[in-house]
Ligand binder design. Structure first.
Ligand SMILES: *Cc1c(COP(=O)(O)O)cnc(C)c1O
Length: 239
């Protein structure tokens, strides 16, 4: 085993232990939580090693990095999640490799994704990104739609050809009433998910929690955690 592979294996084992412990503490089965490893800023060779180590879900936040990486890993059984703010001029590229876009936050983006998915003859899963620091109208500073905008956007995704409404995603807010209150933020997201599922029962994905707060996400009921640093190490540059 290369040094890098051994390092990733050790980090993965540690993260796996944290997820298992959080599931046990919450009385949840380990299978209820899927690990997504955020490979942004790290090379395709790392994604390949992760695949060899059993990782099946990876995430990226910038199309210019993600597109060549996904192409270099096209032979691997990896599912690609797009988690960054997405401009409509990148949609055509993203739809070429992304299985799930977790950062759906406006109608214009839904329309563009639908057109591109139909053209590419692909079905793209969509998570509505919720900005919990934008409770009353408007958008948060890290993207996302305010809670009162979820229903309308979800309905649009659900009726758009080529798209599949999978659920909700959030990033713990740095400002507003939930700043520093990850557990409360993620519980709020779960309540919003319950509301969403009353109209869209299949949209049961809840993506929340990163390296620093995956325990709180699992405790609240998240189905997917997105972990970068704890698996790959500190990112070589901002991303
Ligand atoms: C980078 C990123 C993560 C992972 O963050 P870490 O703190 O490195 O685990 C999760 N979600 C999103 C949306 C990200 O951009």
């Amino acid at each position: 085993m290369t040094d890098r592979k051994a390092e990733l294996a050790a980090n993965l084992a540690e993260v796996e232990e944290r997820i298992a412990a959080a599931c046990a503490a919450a009385g949840r089965a380990r299978e209820e939580v899927t690990l997504i490893v955020v490979t942004k800023t790290f090379p395709a060779s790392d994604a390949r090693l992760l695949s060899e180590l059993g990782v099946r879900h990876v995430a990226e936040n910038k199309d210019q990095d993600a597109a060549p990486k996904a192409a270099a890993c096209a032979d691997l059984p990896l599912q690609w999640h797009f988690v960054g703010q997405l401009q409509t001029n990148k949609v055509r590229s993203v739809v070429g490799y992304a299985d799930v876009v977790q950062s759906v936050d406006r109608a214009k983006l839904v329309t563009a994704l639908s057109t591109a998915a139909v053209r590419a003859e692909r079905e793209v899963g969509c998570l509505i990104q919720v900005a919990l620091d934008a409770e009353v109208g408007g958008r948060g500073d890290r993207g996302g739609v305010a809670p009162d905008g979820i229903e309308e956007l979800a309905a649009l995704v659900a009726e758009s050809p080529g798209l599949r409404l999978d659920g909700l995603m959030t990033v713990a807010p740095l400002a507003g009433p939930y700043a520093g209150e990850q557990l409360e933020a993620f519980k709020r997201l779960m309540d919003l998910s319950t509301d969403l599922r009353s109209a869209h029962p299949a949209a049961n994905m809840v993506s929340a929690g990163m390296s620093a707060d995956l325990e709180q996400a699992v405790a609240a009921g998240a189905t997917h955690v997105r972990v970068g640093t704890a698996v790959l190490g500190v990112r070589p540059r901002l991303g």
